[in-house]
Design a protein around this ligand. Sequence first.
Ligand SMILES: C[S@@+](CC[C@H](N)C(=O)[O-])C[C@H]1O[C@@H](n2cnc3c(N)ncnc32)[C@H](O)[C@@H]1O
Length: 242
Amino acid sequence: MNLNESDPAVQLKLRLLERAMPARDAVVFGDMWGVEGAYCVRCLDLGCESVTLVDVAESDGWLETRRAHPSLNQYKGDFSDPLFMASIRETYEVGVAYDVLLHQATLLHALHLMLEKVSERVCIVQPMLVEQEHPNTLVFLPGNSAREELDPLAGDHEEWLMFDQLLVNSAAWLWAMTPSFLVSALRSEGFELDEEERLDGGFPNPRWTWWGCVARRERALHPEHWSHHEKVRELWPTAHGP
Ligand SMILES: C[S@@+](CC[C@H](N)C(=O)[O-])C[C@H]1O[C@@H](n2cnc3c(N)ncnc32)[C@H](O)[C@@H]1O
């Protein structure tokens, strides 16, 4: 499937992908709905020797593309599922996450599982809430009563599930996150921003923009990162404990 390169959001995604390249290999998280693996193919065009897609879905068009490009691979499954992700043994020089984090109920855990597979650089582009009074604002949309202020599409979203607290899954738009939130979440995973870019005017609601970044792996996880379960300090050290 061809990308609509006249769309400014697609242009932003391609621009940042080019900045993250060259790379030997890449993993693209969620590249099926509406694009059928087009960003994976673009990674090959930009010089990757092999590219892996991780997505729950596949399509006839994507299977044809894979037949034409044997260096494309897919692991079909849920990248927020730790057991599925443990079955992927490889790491990849570049990771790509375009329009996927908004849909992850286990947001920090899913981001961690994705970044564990990325050795050098990650490219992220998605709709973002503009910075709020407090930095690092993250808003859970399902059940949110400030619907008029928060709806990125100003009510015009037949195809998007949003605001329904009974439908919390990866088909729904779950989060309104500010860039500062994502930058902090990336830092907690050992990644620092190399560049970022914001595109205003892409949504009926001016509180939303497109935002993207390329971030590089800068340091190992802190020994007391939450994923090191056995090493995280006791919540109540014995001396002060109950
Ligand atoms: C909104 S589309 C984005 C498509 C493309 N990356 C783009 O930028 O246009 C989200 C894609 O991610 C996939 N996806 C979302 N959450 C997922 C998860 N937890 N595990 C696997 N695939 C997921 C969906 O199946 C879909 O193909």
